[in-house]
Ligand binder design. Sequence first.
Ligand code: ADE
Length: 244
Amino acid sequence: MNFHIMTLFPEMIQASLSNSITGRAENKGYISFNAVNIRDYSNDLKHHKVDDYTYGGGAGMLMQAQPIYDCFIDIKNKIIESGGKSPRVIYVTPQGCVFDQKKAQELSKEDDLVFLCGHYEGVDERVLEEIVTDYISIGDYVLTGGELPAMVMIDAISRLVPGVLNNDESALTESFHNNLLEYPQYSRPEEWMGKKVPSILLSGDHKKVDKWRLEQSVIRTKERRPDLYEKWLVENPPKPEKKK
Ligand code: ADE
């Protein structure tokens, strides 16, 4: 999977994604990050300006269509030249549908993804109409720019790309699989600050451990995320009690 990020702050992207698990996966060739500076495509050769006032008035500046469009065409042409197809283009915006694990799964199947990170008061609508295929938000709050949300999505998508995680299992058992949050986990020592590891986890009985973990996941989901619990209940209705 190749991630192409159109941004005014490429160093922000490159520095954070090239570390830890995503960095290791990049070194091994499972994923790649290509942060492209929109400013390099400005027709204003002197100041590399990429923003201007909003027609109709209003506070703040808007990112202009031309540099973004030229930046995208350059990225797209390179993808096609190297044998790929026209990529999906995600505009990272609080006005999009809210990102979740299902969306991450869907996007992890693509070979190339382009992210457009906005700044200032937004982006000229005409270029969005021309190039964007998906409008995605990371939640109902407003950040100062699109770089952090793009990195959040890229991180969540990357770890679903085959080979990126060492242990395939960890992507299956974790939170949101089957609409359940992950069960509590414990490491050594067996007792810490007077708190003991639940004895069932020391029993060596894997069937009992699995059953306990599922129960704990259900309890935790019901408590912390009643919305997810309702979804889980629809797919896992309680079994009718056997008549005697
Ligand atoms: N840009 C600013 N805020 C955002 C959010 N919540 N999600 C995605 N992009 C954004």
